[in-house]
Design a protein around this ligand. Sequence first.
Ligand code: PRX
Length: 664
Amino acid sequence: MSSEDVELEARLEEQEVFEPAASFVEGANVSDADIHDEFEENWPECWERAAELLDWEEPYEQVLDDSNPPFYEWFTDGTLNASANCLDRHLDERGDEAAIEWVGEPVDEDNVTLTYDELHGKVNETAAALRDLGVGEDDVVTMYMPMIPELPVAMLACARIGAPHSVVFAGFSADALATRMNSADSEYLVTCDGYYRRGDPLDHLDKANEGLSGVDHDTDAVVVDRLGRNGDDFGHDLGERQHDWGELMADHEGATVEPVDRDAEDMLFLMYTSGTTGQPKGVKHTTAGYLAWTAWTSRAVLDIEPEDTYFCSADIGWITGHSYIVYGPLALGTTTMMYEGTPDHPDRDRLWEIIEEYEATQLYTAPTAIRAFMKWGEEYPAGHDLSSLRLLGTVGEPINPRAWKWYYKHIGDEECPIVDTWWQTETGGMMVTTLPGVTDMKPGSAGPPLPGVDVQVVDTDGDEVEPGRAGYLTVNRPWPGMLRTLYDNDERFIEEYWAEYSDIDSDDPDDWVYFPEDGAKIDEDGYITVLGRVDDVLNVSGHRLGTMEIESAIVGVEGVAEAAVVGGDHPVKGEAVYAYVIVEDGQAESEAFRAEIVEGVEDAIGPIARPERVIFTPELPKTRSGKIMRRLLEDIANDDELGNTSTLRNPDVVDDIREVVQGD
Ligand code: PRX
């Protein structure tokens, strides 16, 4: 390192507050310094600003109907169509411009550019084909697909005909697919034969078929031939009620489908996410509120303009991809990128190569990726011209100041503001973040709540905590992008998100408080640092996993008597899965059995939930009432000083387990 570099490092290391560069502020979509006050004074009508970003079939009559909390309604009586908002209205001006730039994994393959005209055409053909298969308004269509262009095409086709989609991440297991299709009574599946991972074709249809065999009702499936394009094939024969995507498209070539008029509050999609119980929750998002929220935040926070080439490296199988690869960016008429592969194949500069080639203007990624980039070394980005970038974003987990500064310096060249955006599947879009054209940045802290968003940090009684003290995050007012309920389960919706801090017998909206189940602290300037989940949910590489789901997968393995799963700190993944397992009498605590347990988790959930360590133990630390003390297991996993053990029925066990962990 040159002495100049050393000086720069030292300065960055100490700097606590970063102002956005004047060159960025000048051109920012939102640079009005009074915006927070303006929204406050004019709430909830301030959200008309978001609704104005959409085209309405019928105008709405009321911004917010809060007469029946927590079942809030936004933009009531308005009608619109999400696919028309993402496609049709851009055709006149941007028909020939790229809507999606798709980069396939095999590097020498022809990548795909879909202009707005082309995407519109494909969405229409798909909508016609799905309708012919029998998909009607409000039928839930499940998609189990990797990052291929047919995924957003199918999502928008569903939106066009008013059929909610439920996208299941392709890395989830067959069982996870079946659980979600059963829960949503979904009779249609769109999937594909396979895809590429690190250069090799991977079979996907086998897994999809196995999932379908666990679905308790009849289904129709549409199968995209992804590998066939490259001449790879697993030789699948399509079964009865399975339809080849390519043939369906050929049959519907040139078809057009009028976008269905949807009520503002009609369901746009379902997204399953992990919670405290073993059963994933079907989060319901609506047409107008969600689309207005993602469009507004894409514009104000990601600073997206139609001329941009915006790159979010998330997977569309998670909420980030829904909101900030598909709906928000396309609603704004920009070019959104999709990358099928991983950032380290064929080499560790793959993302930088793509950004240079496409002259990407924004990069939105996860701290787990940034930590990996740091570990690989700055020489990878340094070999590429990244000067097209003008804004960087992070999402999914807390980012430590060191990683933030690395990102700022080595990717953004100290010119790009970074938005550290806190939000959840349930919030639909961003909630707490700096506005890049308005607010200063503090590495490690997401920032103040967005204008119009009322977030507090409170203690267990719901009273605001002093700056600097840890507490719980709450959202004290509704917002347009919020989930409306859990699919078919209003009771659980109230129980999970509202009961903690609300007077649930009241119909005064002021008595209702949303609890995201995150710990946080706030500083004197109102900047919020999110500390992580306070429920039994892990955040592994920015992916949300319920400990109960993993535990029930482990106890499902023959020979396991009991299991407890906790998160241990991990330098790249943030958290890693630690599984403490008690075996049944006669079951050997062998390596082979460990492998069986890992396989059991992969089968039930998917490789993302794979335990980092399986620790055999004769007992688990329990309170006198029989509750497992997970905090102690976490302390052991992290080699931290042990918390209070005085309430344990079996205090000696913690030392025994620690010995096992250290001895392994
Ligand atoms: O714990 C918070 C963490 O991710 C959780 C939401 O996970 P999911 O619904 O899968 O959505 C991820 C993408 C929005 C939150 O409850 N989280 C998300 N963003 C941040 C974060 N933690 C700290 N800082 C963030 N910027």
